[in-house]
Design a protein around this ligand. Structure first.
Ligand code: NG1
Ligand code: ZN
Length: 504
């Protein structure tokens, strides 16, 4: 009997020891990057619960906030989350540090306040680990006493929409009925019934966008959407989708040059178009140019780009918009600037993330009212953006070739390089297109650029992947390729990159 008691006590003591050790252990030191937390899914379990707690705290026990479990255009093995703020936009930057602190803290140091009247909307993409990670978010929310509104598998912009609607007084936005109704009504107000029908294939990158595309089938005047690369047809974001097409400039899987094609990413917040046998890509810059040139006929338009914008698009826009600005890379930066310029602020990153902000949304010019309801006011929305593009092309009576011809892209090349510690690279705060450190690396890049006709190049550490990104453009494609490669070598030499050079 005494032996049994001793064994039981020993087991209990070991269990308590292990439990205490676990509580003291530091979870992975994640960074809230360009688009929230993003990492190999295996590293995210603790962070997700903490994100649930933080989202509830951010709502202040009164308002709705949201958490979207997704790693967007990253490979299937990655996952992550974006926290949605009370206005339906991305988490205010001032809170990112708190999110990091909470995600990195040992359990023993976590204090959980009560947020009884708050609501956290939780959504997820189609990755196989997203359901489990979303459950962890929900567990975190539950620890605060706030209510969870689980909207299941949704696109990122749909989740933003739900949060905004709830805070604007909607009783429940989780069936997304209001989301689809708004798109369909707005689009059909611009494009009248009886308009000849165009078929648009949407490469959904194997992700959630296909569900939205299916919902809209048969509802749009003169537009029939066809989902290509649906969930299960292809591996998520692999050889297809907006990121692959924009960075690699190669046709996505199941591409058919005889059909009209656009490509979105794994969580449906990016859009690019492509066409033809010689495979031309119409990227976010060209979408911005199309929309700016049309809307600019009716109101004062401002445009915001990042340093990745093709020089030819900047030249085109500079003579056609009332204000043109450059922001740091990342949606939160471009969005904030676009919300602050002119009547209409347009932002698109070349990778296709963007939208049109109606900054005087209460009274847009009569003709533009349906555009103001079609364009997502919280965040880039690939589906809404495709409808905007299609509507403007119809109004202009333009083909994709006509649209493409508005300017010719300067040849460009993007590469990436793995280095032991990408924090070694410190870019400028304004546009992230120059390195403050290491100075010698910036000087080497300046030297390479000065020797290249119409050359421009910069390097910056990615905020979503463990790589350094290299961008170069020049008068010819061989020159752009050579400049990008030379910059890549300079990065590896300066920072000790070990063979991790990548295609895009
Ligand atoms: P990083 O990985 O920080 O370059 C990428 C995109 C951003 C933005 C974020 C968020 C490029 C060159 N960078 O950021 O523009 O879209 O992802 O998804 O495309
Ligand atoms: Zn995305």
């Amino acid at each position: 009997m005494r032996d049994v008691v001793v064994v039981v006590l020993a087991v209990a003591a070991t269990a308590v020891f292990v439990w205490k050790k676990r509580r003291r252990q530091r979870p992975p030191q994640l960074k809230y990057g360009t688009a929230g937390f993003r990492a190999d899914a295996k590293l995210l379990w603790v962070a997700m619960e903490r994100v649930g707690i933080l989202a509830a705290i951010r709502g202040g026990g009164k308002k709705a906030t949201g958490v979207m479990v997704t790693a967007s255009h990253n490979p299937e093995r990655d996952n992550g989350c974006k926290i949605v703020d009370t206005d339906g936009g991305m988490l205010a930057e001032a809170w990112e540090g708190r999110a990091e602190e909470l995600a990195r803290a040992p359990e023993a140091e976590v204090r959980v306040p009560r947020c009884d009247d708050g609501v956290v909307v939780v959504g997820r993409d189609t990755r196989r680990h997203s359901r489990g990670l979303a459950d962890r978010v929900k567990r975190g929310v539950a620890r605060t006493g706030a209510r969870v509104l689980d909207v299941g598998v949704v696109t990122t912009p749909q989740l933003h929409h739900c949060v905004r609607e709830l805070n604007e007084g909607a009783a429940d936005a989780s069936d997304l009925f209001g989301y689809y109704r708004k798109l369909v009504e707005a689009y059909n107000r611009i494009v009248p019934p009886g308009t000849p029908t165009v078929e648009l294939c949407v490469d959904c990158a194997g992700g959630v966008g296909a569900l939205a595309v299916e919902k809209l089938r048969g509802l749009l005047n003169g537009l029939e959407l066809v989902a290509v690369n649906r969930v299960g047809d292809v591996e998520l974001n692999r050889g297809c989708g907006a990121e692959f097409v924009q960075k690699e400039r190669k046709p996505p899987r199941n591409y058919d040059p005889r059909r009209r094609f656009c490509c979105i990413d794994g969580d449906a917040d990016r859009l690019v178009y492509c066409y033809g046998r010689d495979f031309r890509v119409l990227d976010g810059d060209k979408i911005a140019a199309l929309l700016a040139s049309y809307l600019g006929e009716y109101c004062r338009v401002g445009c915001v780009q990042t340093a990745y914008a093709n020089g030819a698009s900047t030249a085109y826009l500079s003579t056609r918009v009332d204000s043109l600005a450059t922001a740091k890379t990342g949606v939160k930066h471009v969005h904030a600037k676009a919300a602050d310029i002119m009547d209409v602020g347009i932002y698109f990153e070349p990778n296709g993330h963007g939208t049109v902000l109606f900054n005087n949304a209460k009274s847009p010019p009569e003709r533009l009212a349906p555009f103001a309801s079609l364009a997502n006011q919280c965040v880039g929305d690939a589906i809404a953006d495709a409808l905007l593009v299609e509507a403007v092309l119809k109004l202009r009576n333009w083909s994709l070739e006509d649209w493409d011809a508005i300017y010719d892209d300067l040849p460009s090349r993007q590469l990436k390089q793995k280095i032991p510690d990408r924090a070694l690279l410190v870019p400028d705060e304004e546009t992230e297109s120059r390195l403050l450190h290491p100075e010698t690396l910036q000087l080497a890049i300046d030297d390479l650029v000065s020797k290249t006709p119409r050359g421009r190049a910069f390097v910056r550490p990615s905020g979503t992947e463990d790589v350094v990104r290299i961008y170069a453009e020049a008068a010819s494609q061989p020159d752009a390729d050579a400049l990008a490669r030379a910059c890549q070598r300079a990065v590896a030499d300066a920072c000790g990159g070990g063979g991790g050079g990548g295609g895009i």
